[in-house]
Design a protein around this ligand. Structure first.
Ligand SMILES: Cc1cc2nc3c(=O)[nH]c(=O)nc-3n(C[C@H](O)[C@H](O)[C@H](O)COP(=O)(O)O)c2cc1C
Length: 265
């Protein structure tokens, strides 16, 4: 059984604070690798086509750093078609046993051929052949057809290394916003949002993050006076969802900068 993390674990508070979201990502990712039984690198990838129609599916993170978060796929797939129309994406990690999520939004670019070749070479031979056999997102009459294609690829590449298929490669999501979310007791969750400062032009190493103060908590707004007692009683006895608004602990009447007041449920 994976270890359950207590609600009380906060977003790096009490640990060394950082204004570098990539460093915080690294720390949470390392903890996810230790805690999650399957695929700690699984993330939802959201795309939207030119008409604004959204679509989401899981992919695996295969590399990351200040320049972005990389996944690999078939460049003829439905997600690739959406990206060809709109090179923007959202990523979402949800690590259930840690009660955490990380949201990342940003512009998408192709990973270089050299980078895609290098990653493809690390895949098992069966996965490499599968990439040749699969016409991702295109319906097949039956599974036997796919197995026939796979067998044909086994024959085609018998005795030689399997090269990367031309229609298969990497995409990099360059983060413009990274939001860390930690579940806490009574839905008093904590969020920490980093927004890329500037337009990103020039030396990438000098691109900086605008991070809200770590006192930006998401806390429940006070209930209206007449319902306050009833709400307090309900909270003691129930874990039913209730609405909350963003309140900056330093400026209780003003929403935190860089965040949008909205229900937290
Ligand atoms: C945990 C998990 C990880 C996955 N990883 C990938 C991946 O890294 N690349 C990929 O192309 N598909 C991956 N898939 C399959 C996709 O979710 C999806 O079914 C496929 O890419 C076709 O999506 P599309 O039709 O939107 O292009 C994964 C599925 C799951 C459940």
């Amino acid at each position: 059984m994976p270890r359950r993390v207590p609600f009380e674990r906060a977003i790096g508070y009490g640990q060394a604070m950082t204004d570098d979201p990539i460093a915080l990502f690294d720390r949470w990712y390392a903890e996810a690798k230790a805690a999650e039984p399957n695929d700690p690198n699984a993330m939802a990838l959201a795309t939207a086509d030119a008409g604004g129609r959204p679509s989401v599916r899981m992919v695996l993170l295969k590399g990351h750093g200040p320049d972005g978060f990389v996944f690999y796929t078939n460049r003829g797939s439905r997600k690739a078609e959406a990206l060809a129309e709109n090179m923007q994406a959202g990523l979402l990690f949800h690590w259930k046993s840690l009660r955490r999520q990380i949201r990342i939004d940003g512009a998408v670019s192709f990973a270089s051929d050299a980078e895609s070749d290098a990653y493809f070479a690390t895949r098992g031979r069966a996965s490499q052949l599968g990439a040749w056999a699969s016409d991702q997102s295109r319906p097949l009459a039956d599974r036997a057809l796919f197995e026939d294609r796979y067998a044909a690829m086994e024959r085609r590449f018998e005795g030689v290394d399997v090269p990367r298929p031309p229609r298969w490669g990497g995409y990099r999501v360059a983060p413009e916003r990274i939001e860390f979310w930690q579940d806490r007791a009574h839905r008093l969750h904590e969020r920490r949002l980093f927004v890329r400062a500037g337009d990103g032009a020039g030396d990438r190493q000098r691109r900086r993050w605008r991070a809200p103060s770590h006192s930006d908590h998401w806390v429940r707004s006070p209930a209206p006076r007449r319902t306050r007692r009833r709400t307090a009683r309900r909270d003691r006895h129930s874990s039913a969802p209730h609405s909350a608004t963003c309140i900056n602990a330093e400026h209780p009447r003003r929403p935190a900068r860089g965040t949008t007041p909205s229900p937290v449920i």
